[in-house]
Design a protein around this ligand. Structure first.
Ligand code: ADP
Ligand code: ASP
Ligand code: MG
Length: 247
């Protein structure tokens, strides 16, 4: 039995049907006896919509208020996912970043995670729940809601995996792994079975953004076993991000 953090990006939770599919996938992992922490993003397009609303009020929105608004997309998906898992007969509980104790600095719109409190998550897991934690958000020492920068739910997932000493952090997305370059731009791109953290960082610095760069740095630093896989296909192996090159 393993503890696995599973992050689902915006396109993977873009509709209630896709959310139901995520719940079915989680049910299969639970049936194998694994403990699961789910970390969803907002539904595809939702964060842009929310930021757009803020900009209709002010072209230069107050960053604290912008984070109050932008963080709500993930609050919707955690609740919907928990409900979809109940429909699968699973126990599940959702938590916002603040509720679960994701402490960040006060750099609104691109805050850094400082600490994650294990307590509440451990308790919910011990009670048999799938724990659903909102990605992309936390709160500072004064209780202000913060967000982690665009694409930040990757970093939420990796930080949770590090704090909880999870056996693996799985990033489910709309491609079946990491490619030599963006497969949507270059059709000849090849899927990689594994890639090192250093190579991932180099790729990101060249503009390829399959993962938020901070999540890769974090995973390298805390030795989190990180895997990128497709949420649309049956279980493939995806791409494992490793510390050392395979011999
Ligand atoms: P999510 O919403 O799941 O977080 P993202 O859009 O942030 O998904 O990241 C997945 C996208 O990253 C893919 O659809 C792909 O177009 C793009 N991408 C860029 N570079 C790569 C790469 N080297 N390998 C795979 N995908 C890449
Ligand atoms: N929903 C946030 C964004 O669109 C975080 C994420 O998707 O990782 O940037
Ligand atoms: Mg992303």
């Amino acid at each position: 039995m393993a503890l696995i953090v599973q992050k689902f990006g915006g396109t993977s939770v873009a509709s209630t049907d896709r959310i139901k599919n995520v719940a079915k996938r989680v049910a299969r992992w639970r049936a194998q006896g694994h403990d699961i922490i789910l970390v969803p993003s907002a539904m595809a397009g939702e964060t842009n919509r929310l930021i757009g609303l803020a900009r209709e009020i002010s072209p230069t929105p107050d960053p604290r208020e912008l984070d109050v608004i932008a963080s709500t997309g993930e609050q919707v998906t955690i609740g919907l996912l928990a409900m979809a898992m109940h429909a699968e007969g699973l126990k599940a509980k959702s938590f916002t970043g603040f509720q679960v104790g994701v402490l960040t600095d006060s750099t609104f719109t691109k805050a850094r995670i400082l600490k994650i409190d294990q307590h509440r998550i451990r308790k919910a897991l011990a009670d048999g729940h799938v724990v659903v934690v909102a990605g992309f958000q936390g709160a500072d020492e004064f209780g202000n809601i913060t967000t982690l920068g665009r694409g930040g739910s990757d970093t939420s997932a990796v930080a949770l995996a590090a704090a909880m000493k999870a056996d693996e952090c799985q990033i489910y997305t709309d491609v079946d792994g990491v490619y030599t370059t963006d497969p949507r731009v270059v059709p000849e791109a090849r899927k990689l079975d594994s890639i090192t953290f250093e190579e991932m960082l180099e790729m990101a610095s060249l503009g390829s953004k399959v993962l938020q760069i901070r999540s890769v740095e974090f995973a390298g630093k805390y030795k989190v076993k990180l895997r990128v896989l497709s949420s649309f296909e049956e279980e493939g192996e995806g791409t494992l991000i490793t510390v050392e090159e395979k011999g």
